[in-house]
Each structure stands twice: as C-alpha cells, then as structure tokens.
Design a protein around this ligand. Structure first.
Ligand code: P6P
Length: 336
C-alpha cells in the first residue's frame, strides 16, 4: 500500500513488502527511475521548441532511425542508474550489447540488472503523440562482485522483481509493480513530485477495444484474421472499437483503464512479430498479470518464455484476460 506523506505531498511506499528486499535498494532503484523520468519528461514536453526532435542521424541496433530524444532518454536513464551505484548492468533497445556498471558498492554490491526501452514509440515524437519508457528489473543470477553476464539478462519474465512504464502524455505517469499489484503515480511537474493517482490498477476481465495495426491484416496468420473478424462482427457486445495509437505504452495504458486487447502478431513480414521480449513484452506482461489481465505469444504465457538473445522479438497479445483467451482460442485452431 502507498500512503500520502503530508510534508512532502508525495505518496511514499508504506509497506516495505512492496519492496521485497528490506535493504531498500529496490526502492532506491525505482527512485532513480523516477528522477530520470522527470528529466526526460522535461525534454519531451518541449520537443517542439528546441532542436531535440527529428533524427539524431544515427541508426540503432534495431536498424531504426534514432530520434534525438531517443538518445537523450537512453543517456539519461543510463547515467542516473549508473550514478546511484545500484545496478550492475543495463540492456537497452538503443544499445547493441548490455552495459556493465563497474565499481561495486562496498556493503552488498550491485545485485540488480535493468532492461529498458528508453523511449518507446519515438516515431510519434514529431507528430506530438504520447510516447513512453518501459523498464524491467531482475536480481542478477551470477555472483555479486563479478562482471555481469548475458545470462543475467536472459531470465524468463517470471523472475522479474519489478517492472513499469512512464507515459509522457497529457500528463506524465509512472506505472509499476513490484509483485504486489500495480500503482499509477502522476507527476506534478511544477513541484517535481509524484502523486498516487491510480492506486491498485486493474485490467477489466472484459473490454470492447481491440488494438492492432490492421494495415498488416493480409499478412497475419489465419487465426488472427479470424479473431479480428470476430471483433468486427455485429453480435452481442460486438463490434468492438478499434483503437491503435502506434505507441505500446499508450495503447496498453488505455486498455488497462478501459478494458481491451493489444496485439502485435507474427506476420509474413515479421516472422516473430515486432516487439522485443526483454524490454517491451516481459515488463508489460508482468504489469498486465499483476493487474488481473494476461499476456501471451498466442500460445504460451509471455512470462514463461526463456529468452535466447537480448533483442529477441515475440508475437504479443496482452490485455483483458477474457479477450486474450478468446484470441488464443482462434489461434490455437491452426498449427503455430
Ligand atoms: P507498427 C513503436 O515502434 C512500437 O515498438 C510500439 O510502441 C508500437 O505499438 C508498435 O511499435 C507500432 O508498430 O508496425 O504498427 O507501426
């Protein structure tokens, strides 16, 4: 549970069970993410006014045109996490390989690794559409005090100790879980404090919003085509409403509040879909399940998938559990 600290005007985490590691290191880690989010928010909010939108002229590990705000966000989160001496390694969408943080803290050493997408949906920046940061936190599995290894990052999503996102929208929110439900905090930019505006967020079991890029319809597997047609058929509470922003954090955030399903299926153009398992699907799946929703690749629970590489892509179906179950029903009629 979180309660309001009258003097700070900010909601603090009251029950240390929210942070399973009594050393408070995880809470300090999340506090460093809160700080970095404020800094990124400041730049995102003035993107149209200064020379920080548009391409940085670089191409990232995904072969995508790197936006200047992407670079700023990546640098900001890495710098903030490194300075606090809390994590021993960081994997980012913007970096080909993971980063090892040298210099262990004397007492415990750094026992956490972070996987993140520092600015997801960045192609929306120039058209003033909401973007987000997504993060996933694990305890390392290699010995504390030794250099972090790839295996520290290739843990299944069910080993996450925390996950969350920041949505830079009409207001900026930090939404995260440490395994005890999901809480949403809204940033008051004038005070630089976060308020518990959405306590105990829950995915409605049902919804009437489906989110998918229907421009790819002809390339989808037949089961996905059948489910989309099911959503569009006049029957019972259908047709559903189609809502797709092209910004994962925005689409999932809206669907968690209103009820709905987000889909990024595999297709003939993208054999394993587009979204990355480590820093998009796993954190969003952890949040969805903690909020009572579900997330799968169409057949398997996302959180049970064993990653094989840092930037691995998987098909992604996430949202209201009865809607995900119905979509899976259509897809399991056909061979994978
Ligand atoms: P498409 C943004 O690039 C992203 O990773 C997600 O935020 C978003 O949901 C998806 O890709 C949009 O992809 O192919 O529909 O433009």
């Amino acid at each position: 549970m979180a309660t309001k600290n009258q003097s700070l005007g900010e909601f603090i985490i009251e029950n240390q069970n929210d942070f399973q590691y009594s050393s408070g290191e995880l809470s300090r880690l999340i506090n460093s993410i809160r700080l970095a989010a404020k800094m990124v928010n400041h730049e995102v909010n003035k993107a149209g006014l200064v020379d920080i939108t548009g391409s940085a002229g670089e191409i990232n590990t995904q072969g995508e045109d790197q936006q200047k705000l992407d670079v700023f966000a990546n640098d900001t989160f890495i710098r903030t996490l490194t300075k606090r001496q809390i994590v021993c390694g960081i994997a980012s969408e913007e970096n080909d390989d993971f980063i090892t943080i040298e210099g262990q803290r004397n007492d415990h050493g750094n026992k956490y690794v972070v996987a993140m997408d520092p600015l997801d949906g960045s192609s929306n920046i120039d058209v003033n559409v909401s973007v987000g940061t997504i993060f996933s936190i694990y305890r390392r599995i290699t010995p504390v005090g030794t250099p972090v290894q790839l295996e520290d990052f290739l843990q299944p999503g069910n080993m996450q100790v925390a996950a969350g996102y920041i949505i830079y929208g009409t207001s900026t929110m930090l939404v995260y879980t440490t395994g005890n439900g999901v809480n949403g905090f809204t940033l008051n930019p004038s005070l630089g404090t976060y308020y518990l505006s959405h306590p105990n967020m829950t995915f409605p079991d049902d919804g009437n919003i489906y989110s998918v890029n229907e421009g790819n319809y002809s390339h989808f597997p037949q089961g996905v085509k059948d489910y989309i047609k099911y959503c569009q058929t006049e029957e019972g509470d259908r047709p559903y409403t189609s809502r797709y922003i092209g910004s994962l954090v925005s689409d999932i955030h809206r669907n968690m509040i209103k009820g709905g399903i987000y889909m990024y299926p595999r297709s003939s153009k993208a054999k394993e879909g587009k979204l990355r398992l480590l820093y998009e699907c796993n954190p969003m799946a952890f949040i969805a399940e903690q909020a009572g929703g579900s997330a799968s690749d169409g057949h398997e629970r996302i959180l049970d998938l064993k990653p094989t590489e840092l930037h691995q892509r998987v098909p992604f179906f996430c949202g209201s559990k009865n809607m995900v179950a119905k979509a899976e029903e259509f897809m399991t009629k056909y061979p994978r």
